[in-house]
Design a protein around this ligand. Structure first.
Ligand code: 0PR
Length: 380
């Protein structure tokens, strides 16, 4: 570190040089990301609350009121207005909190959780950090959690079953309604990871898409992860965790002797209020109608992409249920396809099960990008 400070204009110039090495969502080249260009209204709201710390909410009662309103709005979207929860850093932290609540609720010596083979890797982190034994349920022929497999894995040590509404690799929605029944019958905590689907399934249902129930309207659902920084268009890092009952937060509350709150249930202490402000602003600004449009447009482009992929001679892994298209070829490996697409400037990602090229049709992908992509796909 140099002794004397550098003039700010020079600093900004230096930063721009680094930034120029980054890809941007706006370029339309990022095809494998669940994040997107944050909406400017959310960015402005975020920047207005940079000094707000929800880890010490007594100092920021305005931001705390915003968080309460956001949680109620997200609860309303997910079938229950009087839910309890927090705006946090993202899906990983949300899943970690849910698993911690589930574990703490049960007093078992060797706790186990049951997740589908399609679950996000954050559950492996949660299992490691919380000393949980991870039991992996098989998928059915449509890549959704297999119910017979779940029932076989249930044991007296099961503290939670996890279903996913919008899987990371294929965008599939697990049979949450059946999981809800199974969990009610066995008195097991059911967590729904809707980090991706939470901000789209309800809105797509509004506009006529035939998608299954997955939220608190199902009585067995105990908690839901929903990420504003994915389909919610909020800046990174913004995640959400919602619990059906306050006691799920209370079982993991830690005393905080010198803060303006007595108890804290979140993983992090100092916690930005900016994410809450951005989420609040976007929910108010876009409204239900705005989010319906966002999801509807993504789905329309998803279908165009799926059709283009098939016409180009590739095999779709599955009919897209949400805005993810996954495909492979009988002639060349997915690694080879990815390499060729990367040479043409596309940043694609690979699904692991089954192996496939995976494209997430996020709001930054416009029709012209997808048309250019299909054109390149035809010529690899
Ligand atoms: N749950 C689900 C269903 C997810 O898909 C993800 C992340 C998480 C939880 C974890 O969320 P956080 O990453 O917010 O903690 N899904 C994406 C993935 O792993 C995240 C992502 C986003 C990856 C943008 C790359 C990228 O460029 O694929």
């Amino acid at each position: 570190m140099q002794d004397k400070g550098i003039p700010k204009e020079q600093i900004y110039q230096m930063l721009r040089k680094y930034k120029n090495n980054d890809l941007t969502h706006r370029s339309g080249k990022i095809l494998g990301s669940m994040c997107t260009c944050p909406d400017p209204v959310g960015v402005k709201a975020y920047s207005m609350f940079l000094e707000s710390n929800l880890g010490d909410p007594g100092l920021f009662p305005g931001t705390k009121a915003l968080e309460n309103e956001v949680i109620a709005m997200l609860g309303e979207i997910l079938g229950k207005k009087d839910v309890h929860g927090h705006i946090i850093t993202g899906g990983t932290e949300a899943n970690l909190m849910a698993m911690r609540a589930a574990r703490n609720l049960c007093n078992v010596k060797d706790p186990e959780i049951i997740v589908p083979k399609s679950a996000h890797f954050s559950f492996k982190k949660a299992a490691d950090m919380l000393c949980l034994d991870l039991k992996v349920a098989d998928l059915d022929e449509d890549y959704k959690m297999d119910l017979a497999s779940v029932e076989n894995l249930i044991s007296p040590n099961t503290v939670s079953v996890v279903g996913v509404a919008g899987t990371t690799e294929l965008g599939k929605i697990d049979p949450i309604s059946d999981l809800s029944n199974i969990c009610l019958e066995n008195d097991i905590y059911l967590h729904v990871d809707a980090a991706f689907g939470g901000y789209s399934i309800p809105f797509l249902k509004d506009v006529g898409y035939d998608l299954p129930e997955f939220d608190f309207s199902l009585p067995g659902v105990s908690s839901i992860t929903i990420d504003p920084h994915k389909m919610g268009l909020a800046p990174i890092p913004t995640g959400g965790i919602l619990f059906r009952e306050r006691k799920f937060l209370e079982v993991m509350a830690i005393e905080t002797p010198y803060l303006t709150e007595d108890l804290q249930s979140t993983v992090v202490g100092t916690r930005t209020g900016a994410a809450t402000a951005a989420t609040w602003a976007l929910l108010k600004y876009l409204g239900r109608g705005g989010y319906q449009e966002v999801s509807r447009k993504c789905m329309e482009i998803t279908y165009i992409l799926a059709e283009g992929v098939e016409k180009a001679g590739f095999e779709l892994i599955t009919h897209p249920e949400l805005n993810i298209v996954a495909f492979r070829s009988s002639e060349i490996s997915v690694e080879e396809i990815a390499r060729k697409l990367e040479n043409k400037g596309w940043a694609v990602s690979l699904a692991s099960y089954p192996k496939a090229i995976r494209i997430i049709v996020m709001p930054h992908l416009k029709l012209e990008h997808i048309e250019a992509f299909i054109n390149d796909l035809n010529h690899i």
